[in-house]
Ligand binder design. Structure first.
Ligand code: SAH
Length: 371
């Protein structure tokens, strides 16, 4: 098996090359992979042909392969990407007028078992490597002709998995994504969302190069959160808010809280008032997300008036926005990432990319994994 280069920084690439090669060769390779987005070493025409052949014998770029692409009516695209070991993971592109957001995964599946989330049904398969995390950004950017160097691209680690349970991979990926001589994304344009792994939040806060922090709150009381997010049993809500208070925000940064509204469960005016009491003292904003449904998930979205009333109460005390659901028709919305083709009848394992894109609704509905 050739050694994978994606995930290595320029020093690590240099250390793997033949010592007789001049040091600028490592820089050229690094530049090709991260800045040009080359998928194969054979494409790197800045290198002499003989060297390219030698390199190809021992190394590969190792970028995730585009297996399937699903297009939503609203422009959202969900990607099923294949990794070196044949496993698959999902990333989502959400185009907007002023920017494009790429939502990437940090684990295959997730161990946290949040009761409203479809990814939870997969359990955890494994952590993604730094190269696999960066590779999702490069693959989606390239497929859409986007350059992370321009100011339009945002990256959110809000796909499959809990980023703080893969902190080394996430941090290395962040350093690679924000390297001004490489991918060149601004650190202000990467956000990580956590379900609240308290000790890892402190660790993250000590890192010089780190994404912005978002916290999935999703409940207004300790008991409610314990039921919805079992991680709360280990890391209680009170401790989570304390960790947020202690978190060393950079001057330009503020915390984002996310709150999934579940009809009749956590969406009352009383919940809204309790949420305000919990977080109003922090430099933060709250994003409301109406629950995205999924088969096997026993919750419903609240009616729009309920969402509006909740927002109106929070707004009196802090900035509060309602996030539009994106790509629900292709199962690309928050909490819906479950690698649908793996279980969808029309997804034959032989389906290759680029295949004619199936219209969004035809990939529905998913069937629940037999537990
Ligand atoms: N594990 C991390 C990141 C992945 S989840 C975290 O918990 O933050 C990304 C976001 O999607 C979280 O805010 C989560 O609460 C939200 N989410 C999960 N399931 C959802 C659903 N069914 N509808 C709407 N949002 C959901």
């Amino acid at each position: 098996m050739p050694e994978v280069l994606l995930g290595l920084d320029v020093t690590e690439i240099a250390a793997r090359l033949n010592a007789e090669l001049p040091p600028f060769r490592a820089r050229q390779i690094y530049d090709a992979i991260y800045r040009q987005g080359s998928e194969r070493l054979a494409e790197v025409t800045t290198l002499p042909a003989g060297l390219r052949r030698d390199l190809e014998a021992g190394f590969s770029v190792g970028r995730p392969r585009l297996r399937r692409r699903f297009e939503s009516m609203d422009g959202t695209r969900r990607y099923l990407l294949e990794l070196g070991d044949g496993r698959t993971v999902e990333a989502v592109l959400m185009p907007e007028t002023s920017r494009d957001t790429i939502c990437i995964s940090t684990q295959i599946g997730c161990p946290l078992d949040c009761k409203f989330c479809l990814t939870a049904l997969l359990g955890l398969e494994r952590n993604l490597t730094a190269g696999e995390i960066v590779g999702q950004v490069l693959a989606v950017a390239r497929d859409n002709g986007l350059s992370p160097l321009d100011r339009r691209v945002n990256v959110v680690m809000m796909g499959m998995g809990e980023p703080l349970l893969n902190l080394p991979g996430v941090l290395k990926a962040t350093r690679l994504l924000t390297d001004a001589r490489g991918v060149g994304l601004s650190p202000r344009r990467i956000t990580l969302s956590t379900a609240g792994i308290i000790p890892k939040m402190a660790e993250l806060g000590r890192e010089p190069v780190r994404p912005k922090l978002a916290v999935s709150l999703n409940a207004s009381t300790e008991e409610q959160r314990r039921e919805l997010m079992p991680v709360t049993r280990k890391y209680p809500l009170a401790g989570l808010i304390e960790a947020c208070r202690a978190y060393p925000l950079r001057a330009w940064e503020s915390l984002t809280f996310e709150y999934v509204l579940l009809r009749g469960v956590n969406d009352t005016d009383a919940d809204a008032r309790r949420v305000v009491r919990l977080i109003a003292g922090l430099k933060c904003k709250l994003n409301l997300i109406a629950h995205n449904p999924g088969q096997g998930i026993p919750f419903e979205s609240p009616p729009p008036e309920r969402v509006a009333s909740f927002q109106a109460i929070v707004r009196r005390s802090l900035p509060c926005f309602v996030r539009k659901p994106r790509g629900r028709d292709i199962y690309a919305a928050c909490g819906q990432l479950k690698r649908l083709t793996a279980i969808s009848p029309e997804a034959s394992p032989a389906a290759t990319f680029p295949a004619p894109h199936p219209p969004g609704p035809s990939v529905l509905p998913p069937s629940r994994r037999s537990a």
